[in-house]
Design a protein around this ligand. Structure first.
Ligand code: AMP
Length: 404
């Protein structure tokens, strides 16, 4: 069902929240009489329906809005209306319960949040790349105050939209919008009022770190590589401090801008604050990035902060090896990697990797026993010292050449 084809285009109403899933709705309905309207699929594969959600007597109530396509009427029980806006207006002004049984009254509309964006405020420009979610475009986002900013937009394509997919997408959105850090890609919002769903985030003009290194690898100095690793370590430490396991730390999921690296792609990340400090995969058959996984993840399909640390070690390897090899464990098949890593095999350090970085990677990120691996705070501190050491060396050399 397309919202735009219906009478009284309600997409622009402040109380309409598009396809926002129930998890988010329940957080928005705080006080008695708070209400909003959304789209959902009440039964799998039976299409989208409009739902009026109301907080009443401490719990959320969800009413399906019937839409008679012959007479073009909207109704919940007895009263019928030409538009959705008329229906809402009636229940607000007449103070009539939405259904007799619930007794729920519409008192206060819950307006859209800043991160619930309108499609019409997003202008798509050139395509920047493609990922599992869909195409990524440069674009312009017009804000409520009329100003605009350059953004990156992930445009969903492929599978038809259903409840499960919306839930997945909003999970990524919910995770990302909480994070604000110079080494984590900023998330601005999501447009879910109709298809295609769009995720809007900070535009990082240099593109992904793997392609940046593949293109410019010969020109990237060792100290820049240390600084890239330091940036990624700061970003990951920040996520871990907020109880978020990234689960897909890899050069392809880092973006580069003006020599600064930022972590991106939270499609796989999981917030574990409410659970134990681990996350176990439910679907063991899904496609996994074997070459970045820790031995215990390969064995048990579970992720922890320490399995992120192991993957971070692979990321450091990628940062120093480019542009020589395209993938970790060159010359080995994924099945060989799987078997060998479990048995304790680790890659050689790249030639140009300073021994202090090698120590962090091999001794502090890659031990077989996760408890022997450093926390990301210690990894970050390790790189901080190297960066400080590098810059004092540089300034000593500068002083010498100035005095000469
Ligand atoms: P993803 O779907 O996150 O795997 O992204 C696919 C590709 O789109 C990446 O490899 C980048 O080249 C590009 N891309 C993703 N996010 C951004 C962004 N925020 N800014 C610029 N380019 C991006």
């Amino acid at each position: 069902m397309s919202t735009t084809s219906q009478a009284g285009n309600y997409e622009t109403e402040e109380w309409f929240h598009g396809m926002l899933p129930r998890e988010d709705i329940n957080k928005l309905l705080v006080d008695q009489g708070h209400f909003l309207v959304r789209m959902t699929e009440p039964k799998p594969n039976q299409g989208m329906r409009l739902v009026l959600s109301v907080k009443w007597n401490k719990k959320p109530h969800h009413f399906i809005v019937n839409h008679d396509t012959h007479q073009l009427k909207y109704y919940i029980e007895r009263y019928q209306f030409d538009t959705m806006a008329d229906l809402i207006q009636f229940y607000i002004t007449r103070k009539v319960p939405v259904t007799e049984k619930s007794g729920a009254l519409l008192l206060t509309p819950v307006p859209r949040q800043d991160w619930e964006l309108h499609h019409e405020n997003i202008e798509l420009g050139k395509m920047l790349g493609e990922g599992a979610f869909g195409a990524v475009h440069a674009g312009v986002l017009t804000l409520k105050d009329g100003t605009s900013k350059k953004v990156a937009v992930k445009v969903h394509k492929g599978k038809a939209i259903n409840k499960e997919l919306i839930r997945e997408i909003c999970k990524e959105a919910r995770t990302m919008r909480r994070y604000k850090h110079p080494n984590v890609v900023a998330f601005y919002g999501v447009a879910i009022e109709h298809e295609p769903i769009m995720l809007v985030m900070e535009l990082i003009s240099g593109g992904s770190l793997d392609s940046y290194l593949a293109k410019n690898g010969n020109m990237v100095s060792v100290s820049e590589r240390i600084s890239f690793s330091f940036d990624a370590a700061k970003g990951l430490e920040y996520l871990h401090d907020r109880s978020c396991i990234h689960r897909d730390v890899a050069a392809r999921n880092c973006l580069v801008n003006d020599g600064r690296v930022k972590l991106s792609d939270f499609g796989l990340s999981r917030d574990v604050s409410a659970q134990a400090k681990a996350y176990k995969l439910k679907n063991l058959k899904q496609k996994l990035p074997i070459r970045w996984l820790s031995p215990e993840t390969l064995i048990t399909a579970s992720y922890t902060f320490k399995s992120d640390v192991f993957s971070f070690g692979i990321l450091i390897w990628e940062i120093f090896v480019y542009p020589k090899a395209s993938e970790p464990y060159p010359g080995m098949t994924a099945a060989e990697v799987n078997a060998q890593v479990k048995a304790g095999y680790r890659m050689e350090a790249p030639e140009n990797m300073p021994s202090a970085v090698k120590t962090i990677m091999v001794q502090h990120c890659w031990p077989q026993d996760p408890d022997e691996r450093w926390s990301m705070t210690n990894v970050r501190k390790g790189f901080e010292e190297l960066v400080a050491c590098n810059s004092s060396k540089k300034s000593r050399m500068q002083m010498r050449s100035e005095m000469a």
